[in-house]
Design a protein around this ligand. Structure first.
Ligand code: FAD
Ligand code: NAD
Length: 468
């Protein structure tokens, strides 16, 4: 009787914990199952939060070294990084967040089971923790088991010299050199972390652009900014193998001219994407269908082929983003409750936390061209922004893509200071169909980074920029 629940969430990442809270708010008896001893999943423990903590620390260090003098700030003695303290502070940030989640679970009266969940059938889940077993009965189950780093043929991740993002967030000492396979989001964020503190970083990217799924102009501009950190960027280069060569990592790749090149570094970080994680769930026992790419198959209601079992977050199709998982957690709780919630998958913003930051929502120029959709582009550089000049953050631009007929905003692409926060306004504009004119006629505080948007909207509407 005790272990009977209305809804059981398996996995305590942003999808699982958000969904569990929403389900209790709707009056359900809820259990949350997590195999690790801390809650929060990838994002809180080994993803978004620790990565941002290290990015912030290293940006301070970089500014102290490169920019303080220009501001007139001098300090005596040599600037140095206490690597142990750098990692300790990050661990502290993670602990604050995981402690916050324990508090939230208690406050919302959610029963947390620590252990590996595996289905017995479609209404029963076994939770195994160090040999101790609990049996949970659920009217509904939500699979929120997330993702794990993936690899490529010839690359054997040994977690010692050939590492993933997880190990890279807790290295024992500052590496002198690091090769990063993959110039996607993880690749460029962690390249920034290490290059800013003086590690010799090389990114090897298979396509001809960094962050290749975003608007191509963003990748180009980001390459220029990262090159200023002395990051070596090898595009159109395909990694063939990576191996621990005893105290070093040796990587061989096919360069853009088709020549095989071998390089070594202290570490090789593999950042070539992540795979849906359903190992040990025993989905066959419940009869849940998985696609060839390992993702759990769901319909528009996020319901699997087994009607009482839903799935959300990284384990299903769509961008592997924490806010997408959170939105789906809320969505699924409301669907179970008989409501008709809505997620606009076209308007989920994507952010890269380099400096300058990169943020985008909606269609890229490449997508519009491919689909034959007419558009007008308005592009305003941060070098022309008074706010950006005041903070010496003049790299980057705001680009808005607008339909010439009605002024509908089709896409917004930003590389610049605080782009991650500036993009929010454009999500509102697109979701509620505010036109480009509507966007340039509202008031923007001066001087702010968001003013660059106003100018870009003006330019896309055929008018000249009026701010500095
Ligand atoms: P997860 O967060 O992966 O959580 C799944 C949980 O399920 C895990 O805790 C796992 O232990 C548990 N689990 C799995 N199987 C079982 C089982 N059988 N029984 C019990 N528990 C189980 N996204 C952003 O939006 N912004 C960012 O800045 C960002 N930065 C990132 C940085 C890095 C280095 C990485 C790796 C990822 C980053 N992401 C970021 C992506 C983000 O972390 C994921 O999209 C997000 O965590 C997905 O949430 P989820 O709830 O689907 O799954
Ligand atoms: P990704 O898909 O963003 O990038 C992987 C990159 O590796 C691609 O550019 C791809 O072309 C390249 N690649 C693939 N095979 C290669 C090879 N053989 N040689 C060289 N390059 C190769 O994946 P990721 O960076 O590992 O990130 C995984 C997920 O985590 C992403 O889906 C992302 O959304 C999420 N994440 C998000 C954030 C954020 O929101 N700020 C931060 C980190 C991670």
């Amino acid at each position: 009787m005790e272990n009977q629940y209305d809804v059981v969430f398996i996995g305590s990442g942003p999808g699982g914990y958000t969904g569990a809270i929403r389900a209790t708010q709707l009056g359900y008896k809820v259990a949350l199952v997590e195999k690790y001893s801390t809650l929060g999943g990838t994002c809180t423990n080994v993803g978004c939060i620790p990565a941002k903590a290290l990015l912030d620390s290293t940006e301070h260090f970089h500014q102290a070294r490169e920019q303080f003098k220009t501001h007139g700030i001098n300090f005596s003695g040599e600037l140095s990084l206490d690597f142990t303290q750098f990692i300790t502070r990050k661990n502290g940030v993670v602990s604050q967040n995981t402690a916050g989640l324990i508090y939230l679970m208690k406050k919302n009266k959610i029963d947390v089971y620590q252990g590996l969940g595996s289905f017995i059938d479609k209404t029963h889940l076994k939770v195994n923790s160090d040999g101790k077993e609990s049996l949970l009965t659920g009217k509904y189950f939500v699979i929120a088991t997330g993702s794990k780093p993936s690899s490529i043929p010839g690359v054997n991740i040994d977690k010692k010299r050939i590492i993933t993002s997880t190990e890279s967030l807790s290295l024992p000492a500052q590496p002198k050199s690091m090769i990063i396979i993959g110039g996607g989001v993880i690749g460029v964020e962690l390249a920034s972390v290490y290059a800013r503190i003086g590690t010799n970083v090389t990114i090897i990217e298979y396509t001809d652009s960094l962050i290749p799924t975003m608007d191509r102009e963003l990748g180009k501009a980001l390459s220029k900014s990262l090159a200023k950190l002395n990051i070596k960027i090898l595009l159109s280069s395909k990694v063939q193998s990576a191996a621990n060569s005893g105290g070093h990592a040796t990587v061989s790749y096919l360069d853009k001219d088709g020549k095989i090149v071998e390089i070594t570094a202290d570490y090789c970080l593999v950042a070539v994407g992540r795979r849906a994680y359903t190992d040990s769930l025993n989905l066959q026992a419940a009869g849940v269908e998985i696609a060839k790419n390992g993702k759990v198959v769901v319909n528009k209601q996020l319901q699997t082929n087994v009607p009482n079992i839903y799935a959300i977050g990284d384990v299903i199709e769509g961008p592997m983003l924490a806010h997408k998982a959170e939105d789906e957690g809320t969505f699924v709780a409301e669907v179970i409750n008989g409501q008709k919630p809505h997620i606009n998958y076209k308007l989920i913003p994507g952010v890269v936390y380099t400096w300058p930051e990169v943020a985008a929502v909606g269609a890229t120029e490449e997508e519009l061209k491919e689909q034959g959709i007419e558009y007008r582009s308005g592009k305003f550089p941060y070098s022309a922004s008074a706010r950006a000049r005041a903070s010496m953050d003049t790299d980057g631009f705001v680009k808005v893509l607008v339909s010439p007929k009605y002024g509908e905003v089709l896409g917004v692409h930003i590389i610049g200071p605080r782009a991650a926060d500036v993009i929010a306004q454009s999500v509102v504009a697109m979701e509620y169909e505010v036109t480009a004119e509507g966007m340039f006629r509202i008031s923007y505080a001066h001087p702010t980074y968001s003013e660059a948007l106003k100018d870009a909207y003006l330019m896309a509407s055929g008018q000249g920029a009026i701010n500095i």
